[in-house]
Structures are given as C-alpha cells and as structure tokens.
Design a protein around this ligand. Structure first.
Ligand SMILES: CC(C)[C@H](C(=O)O)[C@@H](O)C(=O)O
Ligand code: SF4
Length: 478
C-alpha cells in the first residue's frame, strides 16, 4: 500500500516506537511566544535542566504587545510575560525577535518569512494555529505548556498518530472568492468537529493554484475545523517562496533539499481514512454570523432563527449565539452595520492580504461610523507594504496603520472591541469575548473586511471590485 504525505512526515521522525504506546517524534523546529512559554522555562529551572537544542528553538513576542507605541506595555501581566520571555531566551540562549527587532512579528507569519518553516520538518509551538506551517509540507501542530517543557528538555514529543483525511478542492474559485472563504465554507458545511482526530491533507487543483499565502490561510484555520494539523504537498511554488529566505538552505544544499522535498507527496495508491471532495465553484464570499466559525453563511444569506432547528441542542446554541450577537434571526447579512474593522492576524495579515484589501479601499473613505485598523503580520510585511505605498492607500481612506502583533485577534492587548459593538475581522475565531468582553466578531476575508469598512455594513465585495492592476487582480481572482 502506498504512503500518504502524512505517513512520510510521521515515519521519518519516529525515534522510539512501542506497541500500544504513542510514538516518540523528533522535533525539528520549536517556535515560542510569550504567553505559553513562561511555565515551561520555570519547569526546566526547577528541575535544573537545560534546553537540549537551543539552535532548533526560535522565539518572538506577539500576543501581548501594543501595536501603537509598542515599547509601552501598560498591562502589568503582559509586560511581565514579555520581560520573562526576554530573560528566558537570554538565559537558555534562544534566538528571540523582540520588540526592537526588524524581524519581529506574529509567530506564524515570521516562521515562513524567515525560511525557518521548511517542507519535511516537524514544527511545534505552544499555539493552536501552528497548523499554518503545514502549508509548506511540514508536520506542524500546536502543543500545551507541559509539552513545550518536554520539547525544550528533550527535543522530542510523545504523540499518537491521528487518522488521515484528504480534502480535495477542485476547480476555479469565483471572482472575489478567496482562500479565507474556502476554509470558512468548509467549516460552515462540515462543522467545527469535521477534522477531530485527523490530520488533513488539502489537495486538488484549487490548492495547487493557490499562492503560498493562500495555502497558509487554509491551513491556519484547519484547526477551527477540529483538525490536529493540516498539510499541503510542497511544489515549485513552495520552493520559489523559500529560496533566498534568511534561514533557508543555500545554493547546492537548497537544490539537494528540493529533490528530497519533491518526494513529499501522497502516493497515488495511498489510502486515507476519510475523503471529502469540494467543488470550488460552489463557494461564495462568506461571513460568520454567530459565535463559532461554523455559524457562517454566504454574504447573500439571512441569519437563521432558532425555529428552524432540528434538535434542542441546536435550538439552544442558535438562541444563545443570536442573543450574544444582538440578532433576532432573519436579518439579511448585507443589512448588518459594523463599527470596527480589523485587517490582521496570522490568518490574513501577509502582504498579499494587504494588497488585496487595499485594492478595494483605493481612493475611497472609511465610513464615518467605522474605526478601521490594519495590523501587518510582521514588521517585514509592514516595511514591504510601505515600500509599495499600500499604507498610503489605507491611511488616505482613514484606516490606522499599526505595528505588527496579534492585536485585535484576541483581547489580550490594547486593541479591544468595546462591549456590544460589531467588528468585521480577518482573524480566525469568533467565540464570545474573543475580541473583548461582549464584543461581536464577524469573520471575513480581507477584501470583505475592506468593503465593510467603506460601506459601514457588510457588502458583497464583488459589487465593489475594480480591475486596477494585474498584481491585485491575480489575488482577487479576476
Ligand atoms: C494564546 C494562545 C495559546 C492561543 C492559541 O493557542 O491559539 C492564541 O494564539 C489564540 O489564537 O487563541
Ligand atoms: S494572530 Fe490570533 S490566532 Fe494567530 S497566534 Fe495571534 S492570537 Fe492566535
């Protein structure tokens, strides 16, 4: 029987195997941030242990930091976490991209950007959206703080091998439909438990046609479908993206690596535990209306009411989502007004996301009732965008142009949505309280967020797109 890419990645990292026990996997890259690492380092210190391979660890600070006046962290716990990470990295000799670093950014944005994320690697981080790195053909997943300590101490991790799912997406996406819409559509149709117990391989012509940034968006949110991880077979696009990046292999070593990486594909006779086939042309621009990513509809849709529920549980969950979100049911999504727009997060804060959104915004003004912010995923993305003049498009329109960080993706820093207010957000989670107490989050793509910023309400972005330049056109699928 053939092997899947998941088998290949897994088997090449098993360092100990016993019947009826988890496998011990070697970890090639351990990413760290300020929130989930302090107790792990404290544990090492208590047991008088060292970090086994500091050279395979890499740290950044992203969750707690301000995106304006970034050195002035007002909240004491946040400041302490950031200072603790600085101290830990110094003591245990781990490379850190701190607040003063030109390379600082959201951990899942800078890993790929610096060429740390490579095909064939096992990558872990104390963060659920580590699945993002699977876009490069890496086996990448989030771990808990006690596992962070274990990996720091041993560079290995005990893991049960999950089941495997192939999600095949075929065909061309419609005009104005993005990778974000694909993953939202997937979760809306298959649920937040679709991937529970599985690693997903995303395959098919739609995925192959995606740029690396789009593949990252897809893998980023696979965790919201319950998956342990997701992976996309590396190809020429992957290799081109990696070539020349700071920590990527150089010259002849790079060429040799590419030959190895090409083998990271599922064999044609490989068998998956489950296969889902999706037709890309079925997908429309999507928007969440409720408090889980699966409470999600095409922009042309109407918010459901609890009456149509098929079970008591469903009725209760719809009722509680409607009440939290301030809806009665039956409202048209296109009539819903927003007060905040957030373009950012590890799902959608890369250069291509900002280019796309700026194409919608160009020459227009943010609606007077809306406060809109753009938070580049890394300081490098910020610089690149500025070199293209993208920041001017946003600033002219009335968007705030910030420094990088997790920002409004979660209420752990200064960027909070006030209680009862509504935010069109390019992030990945819309749980109650996610963007602040009582905040109402609607997950959308960057171009849909841009459209909402201009109109002050959700709008089918396809009615606003204008063909402006080929670079932008390529991204918006024109
Ligand atoms: C803080 C961290 C543990 C958390 C995660 O694991 O995902 C955060 O990044 C999030 O997106 O909710
Ligand atoms: S941007 Fe959001 S989802 Fe991503 S790591 Fe930060 S908090 Fe988590």
């Amino acid at each position: 029987m053939g092997k899947t890419i998941i088998d290949k990645l897994w088997e090449s990292h098993v360092v100990a195997k016993e019947v009826n026990k988890p496998d011990l996997l070697y970890i090639d890259l351990h990413l760290l941030h300020e929130v989930t690492s302090p107790q792990a380092f404290a544990g090492l210190r208590e047991k008088n242990r060292k970090v086994r391979r500091p050279d395979l660890c890499f740290a950044t600070m992203d969750h707690n930091i301000p995106t304006v006046d970034r050195f002035n962290i007002k909240d004491e716990t946040s400041r302490l976490q950031v200072q603790t990470l600085e101290k830990n990295c110094e003591e245990f000799e781990i490379k850190l991209e701190g607040l003063d670093s030109l390379q600082q950014g959201i951990v899942h944005v800078i890993g790929p950007e610096l060429g740390l994320t490579l095909p064939g690697k096992t990558i872990v981080c104390g963060d659920s959206h580590t699945s993002t790195h699977g876009a490069f053909g890496a086996l990448a997943f989030g771990i808990g703080t006690s596992e962070v300590e274990h990996v720091l101490a041993t560079q290995t991790l005990w893991q049960n091998k999950p089941k495997q799912m192939n999600v095949k997406i075929e065909g061309e996406l419609g005009y104005g439909v993005t990778a974000k819409d694909v993953i939202l559509w997937f979760i809306a149709n298959y649920g937040t438990n679709a991937g529970t117990g599985y690693i997903i391989e995303f395959s098919g012509s739609t995925v192959r046609d995606f740029a690396m940034e789009e593949r990252m968006t897809l893998c980023n949110m696979s965790i919201e479908a319950g998956a342990k991880a997701s992976v996309i077979a590396p190809d020429e696009k992957t290799f081109n993206y990696i070539q020349g990046k700071t920590y990527a292999p150089k010259e002849s070593e790079f060429n040799e690596k590419c030959e190895d990486w090409k083998k990271l594909v599922s064999d044609s006779n490989a068998v998956f535990d489950h296969v889902i086939e999706i037709n890309a042309s079925d997908i429309e621009p999507m928007i969440t209306w409720g408090t889980t990513p699966s409470m999600c509809l095409p922009i042309s849709g109407q918010i459901p009411s609890a009456e149509s529920s098929i079970s008591i549980e469903e009725k209760q969950s719809i009722e509680s989502a409607l009440s939290y979100m301030g809806f009665h049911g039956h409202e048209r999504l296109e009539d819903v007004e927003v007060q905040h727009v957030f373009i950012g997060s590890c799902t959608n804060s890369r250069l291509s996301d900002l280019i796309e959104a700026s194409a919608v915004v160009e020459g227009q003004k943010v609606h007077p009732n809306v406060r809109a912010i753009v938070v580049p995923g890394s300081q490098s993305v910020k610089r690149e965008a500025e070199s293209l003049g993208i920041h001017k498009v946003f600033q002219y329109a009335g968007f705030e142009w910030r420094d990088s960080g997790c920002s409004m993706c979660l209420g752990m820093n200064d960027d909070i949505v006030p209680e009862g207010e509504r935010c069109a957000s390019t992030s990945n989670r819309n749980f109650a309280g996610r963007q602040g107490k009582g905040a109402r989050t609607h997950l959308v793509s960057p171009i849909m967020a841009a459209a909402a910023a201009i109109n002050g309400k959700f709008t089918d972005v396809r009615s606003m797109l204008q063909s402006k330049n080929p670079e932008v056109d390529r991204y918006v699928g024109i």
